[in-house]
Design a protein around this ligand. Sequence first.
Ligand code: LLP
Length: 379
Amino acid sequence: MNSLPTPFYLYDVDLLRATLDEATSQAARYGYQVHYALKANFNRRILALVNEYGLGADCVSGGEVQAALDAGIPASKIVFAGVAKSDEEIALGLRRDIFSFNCESLQEMEVINDIAGQTGRKARIALRINPDVDPHTHKYISTGKAENKFGIPYAEVDKALGMIGNLSNLEITGLHFHVGSQIRYMKVFADLCLRVNELQEWFASRGLQLSHINVGGGLGINYDDPAAEPIPDFKGYFAAFASHLKLRPGQTLHFEPGRSIVGQCGRLITRVLYNKVTPGGKHIALVDAGMTELIRPALYQARHRIENLTASPDAPQQTYTVGGPICESSDIFASDITLPVTRRGDMLAIMSAGAYGRAMSSNYNLRNFVPEIFTDELP
Ligand code: LLP
């Protein structure tokens, strides 16, 4: 691996398989259906593995719907969310007869109804309701609070129901929720279940039968100590829903995990290019990967563990700031972390980068997109 040009993403295929195995077997205990959220990582080989394990797909663009179909995921297992779907994207979903559109506003209900009418089709939709639950996570990845842009507010649900009679090309088959991402506190999911139960009562009292409930994604991973928890707690996660959510007879329960499936399987491999010491005595290791490859630290103040793969673990330790080559002060992967003394040419691994890493890359500064390599392809 030492001879490979850096930076690149390295995916641990055994860990990915073990994670998929655990997620699917824990979900199967309750008959739950899992749609992998492509936005976390849409690498083709990862999608092929997701399909091999029988997961469906949660997509947020026409491009993702197409990628899921290309990977062999059947349209009957594809859900299409997205707060502002274009007409072309809606038409694609209709043409392919996907399982469900997660519909985010009353206006979107009308638009989907119109497009379905023009093409002589009927759209199955789930109303995405903003449950106003605090996910206790970073504000940029919190989606289910009343002030967020996502979902239909509680106050409009009644109106949505009233509109259905006039929208003859829509069939409301479910309800959809998603409170946020990187949730490590199971009580958040229990709180969500209570909201779902209330809404289910409300819909039932108005005589609307729903065949599915979709509770989104959000299960977090251990960024501080990935080795201690390489596979997230799917057992506790699904059990939280099994004990708190009251499904109605015949209803299916759907999930949309992204990060928890792929996060721990990926790491960003980079080399130290330069070492600097500021006048104040701060040691900075400058590496060849930057926020163009992994934007999470710059965007969400996210912490990813960093390991020096070259230095021997008993080398003297030093406190470092690790930064990239991009012309932005926020292009810093970590501050004040302890590493064995690093030298030019050392390889570093930025851990837990399989989700929202490569997928959020850009070519800012006219940089190239970096390769993605699987452990079983290493020389
Ligand atoms: N379903 C919906 C409707 C979503 O909005 C999301 C994520 C998911 C499922 C998948 O959530 P997960 O299981 O991965 O938490 N780029 C940010 C995360 C943004 C999440 C957006 N929505 C990050 O790097 O932390």
